[in-house]
Design a protein around this ligand. Structure first.
Ligand SMILES: NC(=O)N[C@@H](CC(=O)O)C(=O)O
Ligand SMILES: [Zn+2]
Ligand SMILES: [Zn+2]
Length: 364
């Protein structure tokens, strides 16, 4: 071999070393799977990428009882594609009237891993949510005592507050007082979209953590209006200014253990989004790991992907990390444009786009 050929081969080998990233199987700590035909249509995408998922309880009607959570869990298990070992981790939807005993019973029976706090009216299917945090003080006290995390959609619902400020205002008005009052409560700031939220998570770790979605790492509020109105990029909390997106990318790729995956994959029929009053939620489940990996690559942080995807969340929730692995390959691929659901469809985030990273083999 000539010297030139040798150097050619060794630089090629080096490049190839980053062509494939193999990480422990990841988990998605924030998933909307819905029910029935929609559940059957979307679950395969999440189950192909993630070993476990925290299942959001905002069904119609919401999952507020131990019995409803058990039944929903069985429907999810029954909807798994053949050969899938996907494990749904269930949550309880907090209402003004939920009892501390019901919360504790479901937790000690291993039915639910956490409870979800939606301020009433803050987001999709949240009208049964909590009207005032003071109403659930005994529930939060009990959760603090038993070590059960509360997962928070952190936006104020005050119509006077500009929609782009609702998360930051919630942090000041509601989250900080709650963290002071319940100094031992484990809290997840779900789908953080602002530098304010990221800072509060950092300041209060390790009992506070934050999930970050794939879409908030790649779009900002201008993307919602790129060439016209883009209903399929509309979710809550709505994407913010570019500097917030940069803060999220920094947080996610930092390796800090208080940040982990929560895709907030939230499918809606396209007719419900392409409407005079389109609903909030992005179906990102089919492009989640591809997008996260691309972001980590762009931020020169591929070696920290495993912590964000597969270790930090498990540690926060006190469950073992998964044992199998999944491969991410630097090889262009695309997700489908849309997923059929009976005679309708759900539009896929980044569907049809050529993405530089694809999901490779899973080893169990
Ligand atoms: N994120 C969203 O915009 N929508 C979610 C609800 C939620 O997570 O807030 C949904 O259920 O559709
Ligand atoms: Zn939410
Ligand atoms: Zn959500």
């Amino acid at each position: 071999m000539t010297l030139d050929a040798f150097f050619d081969a060794s630089s090629k080998a080096k490049a190839e070393a980053t062509e494939v990233v193999r990480i422990r199987r990841p988990d998605d700590w924030h998933v909307h799977l819905r029910d029935e035909a929609m559940l059957r249509a979307v679950l395969p995408f999440t189950a192909a990428q993630f070993a476990r998922g925290i299942i959001m309880p905002n069904l119609v009607p919401p999952v507020t009882t131990v019995r409803a959570a058990e039944a929903y869990r069985s429907r999810i298990l029954a909807a798994r594609p053949p050969g899938s070992d996907f494990q749904p981790l269930m949550t309880c939807y907090l209402t003004d009237s939920v009892s501390p005993d019901e919360i504790e019973e479901g937790h000690s029976a291993g039915v639910w891993i956490a409870a979800k706090l939606y301020p009433a009216g803050a987001t999709t299917n949240s009208h049964h949510g909590v009207s005032n945090i003071s109403k659930i003080r005994p529930v939060l006290e009990r959760m603090e005592r038993i070590g059960m995390p509360v997962l928070i959609h952190g936006e104020v619902t005050d119509a006077e507050i500009d929609i782009f400020d609702r998360e930051a205002v919630f942090m000041e008005r509601t989250l900080l007082p709650l963290l002071r009052e319940h100094a031992g409560l484990k809290v997840v700031v779900e789908h953080a979209t602002t530098e304010e939220a990221v800072a509060i998570v950092r300041d209060h770790q390790p009992r506070v953590a934050g999930t970050i979605t794939p879409h908030h790492l790649v779009i900002n509020r201008t993307s919602l209006f790129q060439g016209g109105l883009r209903p399929h990029l509309y979710c809550l909390p709505v994407a913010k200014r570019e500097h917030h997106r940069q803060a999220l990318r920094k947080a996610a790729t930092s390796g800090e253990s208080c940040f982990f995956i929560g895709t907030d994959t939230a499918p809606h029929l396209s007719k419900a989004k392409e409407a005079a009053c389109g609903c909030a939620g992005v179906f990102v489940g089919a492009a989640a790991l591809q997008t996260y990996t691309q972001v980590f690559d762009e931020e020169r942080a591929l070696e920290r992907l495993e912590a964000f995807a597969s270790l930090n969340g498990a540690r926060f929730y006190g469950v073992p990390a998964n044992t199998g692995t999944i491969e991410l390959k630097r090889s262009p691929g695309s997700a489908p444009l849309a997923v059929p659901v009976e005679n309708e469809e759900v539009v896929v985030f980044r569907g049809g786009e050529s993405m530089p990273w694809s999901v490779g083999e899973t080893r169990f």
